[in-house]
Design a binder for this molecule. Structure first.
Ligand SMILES: O=C(O)C(=O)CO
Length: 272
């Protein structure tokens, strides 16, 4: 498993290129959101591996009136992705403006499902041409992103399956999935063949693993047992010190260490 950290949410008092440098020096890959405001040359010169960035800038993938904008703006971002060596382009089922639904919709209809699958196929064709994978991210609609249709993990998975394109996968965000659904271990097992990347944060508060209710050690073990070898990215705020948050994330997803902690806790229990 490779570990990445979203540079948008940690070291927030530092200039962006400096955040990337610190994450890279700490041994993690880097996730970005909107690349348009970034100094791409400075990011590139950091030497960091960029695992993902936002892969469109307007339009809603499931909306017949604006889906073309998703495809058009995805194409405009390809040169940046190639320059930075980004592997995965993140898209959402509907457009977000400053995190809020651009055109809130509280019910999904047949047109949304069909448009969503077709738009993903078109993105897959762009991905295939340029060696990129477009990843549809699940979002929670109960707290952070109300009004985004087909955002639940199971809907996202259904859309990715319907597109059936090797360059279309899921950005499986376990923070959002916990808020929307829970049942995370079963979810990662079911979604496994379609996962492009996984994102994590704890609930409540969206901070690093270990600050809330999600048993990320158990999730990490399940991922290893299922044979997941892809990237897990921490898309989370630091509850306190940023570097400590990165280390807590690393500990949660270093499964050999987790296993030995588990077995020594077990032997203590047995000894008692
Ligand atoms: O909330 C998220 O996870 C997003 O990626 C929104 O940009």
């Amino acid at each position: 498993m490779r570990l990445a950290v979203c540079a948008e949410m940690v070291f927030t008092e530092l200039p962006f290129a400096e955040r990337v440098r610190r994450i890279h020096e700490a041994g993690f890959d880097v996730e970005l959101w909107d690349s348009r405001s970034k100094d791409i040359a400075a990011l590139k010169s950091s030497g960091a591996v960029f695992s993902s960035m936002t892969g469109y800038t307007s339009g809603s993938l499931v909306d017949a009136d604006t889906a073309d904008d998703v495809v058009r703006t995805a194409e405009t971002l390809v040169p940046t992705a190639l320059e930075l060596g980004v592997s995965r382009m993140v898209v959402h089922s509907a457009e977000l403006i400053d995190g809020k639904a651009a055109r809130p919709a509280y019910r999904a209809n047949g047109s949304m499902w069909i448009t969503g699958a077709r738009t993903l196929e078109r993105l897959g064709a762009i991905g295939e041409k340029h060696g990129l994978t477009f990843c549809l991210e699940n979002l929670n609609t109960v707290l952070d992103h109300p009004g985004i249709p087909l955002a639940r993990a199971k809907d996202t998975l259904a859309l990715v399956e319907a597109a059936g394109h090797p360059n279309v996968k899921m950005m499986l965000d376990l923070y959002h999935a916990q808020l929307g659904q829970g049942n995370l271990i079963e979810l990662v097992r079911t979604a496994l063949p379609h996962i492009g990347e996984i994102q994590v944060a704890d609930v409540p508060g969206r901070c690093e693993p270990g600050t809330g209710e999600i048993n990320y050690l158990a999730v990490a073990r399940a991922l290893v047992a299922a044979g997941y070898e892809g990237t897990v990215g921490m898309e989370a705020w630091a509850s306190g010190d940023d570097m400590e948050a990165l280390e807590a994330f690393r500990r949660a997803f270093t499964v050999e260490a987790a296993e030995s902690r588990h077995s020594s806790a077990f032997s203590t229990e047995v000894a008692l």
